[in-house]
Write a protein that binds this ligand. Sequence first.
Ligand SMILES: C[S@@+](CC[C@H](N)C(=O)[O-])C[C@H]1O[C@@H](n2cnc3c(N)ncnc32)[C@H](O)[C@@H]1O
Length: 326
Amino acid sequence: MRRSPSAPQPSLPFATADRGLLVHADALDACARLPAELRFDLVYLDPPYGLGTTMAARVEAGQGRGRRRAASGPAAFDDPSPEELVRMLAPRLAAIRDRMSAGATLWLHLDHRAVHEAKVEVDRIFGRGAFLGEVIWTPGNGGRRASGLAVTHQTLLVYARAPAERADVVWNADDPELREPYAATSLSMHFKQRDDQGRAYREREIAGRTYRYYADEGRRLGSVWTDLPAMVANTPLRREATGYPTQKPESLLDRIVRASSRPGATVADLMCGSGTTLVAAARLGRRFVGGDQSPLAIETTRTRLVGEGIAFDELGGPADQRIIVS
Ligand SMILES: C[S@@+](CC[C@H](N)C(=O)[O-])C[C@H]1O[C@@H](n2cnc3c(N)ncnc32)[C@H](O)[C@@H]1O
């Protein structure tokens, strides 16, 4: 690893192909400091949720992760009130939108605390017609409330860059990761025909055209995702665990990257926490621009990327040094 004093940085090797970029900065500064020609083809943003507390990481065995308590590890980031969160997000989302390419999508991941206020704000910034829909994700952790309505899902809002571009967004519907098996009743009732190879299919006539559906290809995935458990729900996922609070499973980001980008695309996550999006993007042959303002997030992401053998450059940080990892 070699360090060199950085400011100002006129250009980055990132502009050439297969390296990622990790920026230690507030998302607003990150957008301002990136090379002018750099565009995001897919943005995933997983900000704090509006909890009004400090979130802590587990860096040693026995420490608590999540809302800071007496037995917690070090502070990872402050999670403000829903009102403060939406106020913080607005200018950052506008800056991110200005960096998006035509056909790009934004995936904004929130939960019930702030998602409704945030949606009104994103509608204002991107245009209401740019809203493509939402995904309900169930992490499978169970409800955290002792009484009353148990909230067991989170919400991802999906936007095109502008209303006029909603028909142009990338959506790889045929990727196997975006298909799910037909229900057993549907298979037995409808898929009664066989082709020359013995594959079961059904045909449907829609608006005068005949469409053939194969049973083994499954159907298009819907907008409620229940099959991607969160970190704490399933022990095999411990392999991924970094101890960073609210870390998302790689399977979730893998699906989003597959759905909304093509190989070679640039995937951005400017509140990347432990770097889950960056790992998923790199594995799928996309370039990434990651960022976070938390020193612990950057340290965690750096360790994770190096451990995965993923090449990247760094920009920013208190000493404003550029670190080239080779
Ligand atoms: C919910 S966590 C992200 C978790 C991440 N998706 C993962 O899988 O590890 C939210 C992150 O947003 C970062 N953050 C909050 N406000 C920010 C800002 N204005 N600019 C950059 N990062 C910010 C926090 O430091 C924190 O790491």
